[in-house]
Design a protein around this ligand. Sequence first.
Ligand code: GRF
Length: 201
Amino acid sequence: ARLAVLASGRGSNLQAITAAIAAGQLDAQVVAVLSDKPDAPALQQVTAEQRWARSPKDFADRAAFDAALGDALAGFAPDWVVCAGYMRILGQAFVERFDGRLVNIHPSLLPLYKGLHTHARALEAGDAAHGASVHFVVPELDAGTVLAQARVPVLAGDTPETLAQRVLAVEHPLLIASLQWLVSGRVAERHGQLVVDGHPL
Ligand code: GRF
């Protein structure tokens, strides 16, 4: 399967994807990395032909940026688009253009803590557990059907940084497992419902 990855930062999830492919754990190939940050380190993990990045400030508005991103993305003909550390909201037109093929990994146990600063918010709330979710992307932020989740304990003395590291450690295997289910066809989404091995859940 052809994977395109949207990333805005270091790309540790992208690294995990590439390593899993090399280890034969994920039947896919990364065909492109696209970013809203031309200096994103994630972009350096692929060749110049496989990367695309533009600054949103060079575009009239969100829709114009999303249209350019969508055109570039379509040019790579991805089977799946993985948002992995992509820090911009994707507009409705973009989401509908890639509907059903867009997944995101979010560092919280959705529907808890949609949006940013999830670790600090979990600590603030005094939660005993936190974690990560892989979900299908819909126009509403972090609101699509959840495909899989991984849970970690919140430990005494945790800071947002220590908690983020513990969550990141489970994000990677969670994302790889989720992507393998998708590319193998074992899991799909139909009208907002998960279908696993042909059985609607
Ligand atoms: C990760 O916590 C991911 O869940 C969030 O962005 C962070 C950085 O991801 N979406 P990466 O290391 O750039 O893959």
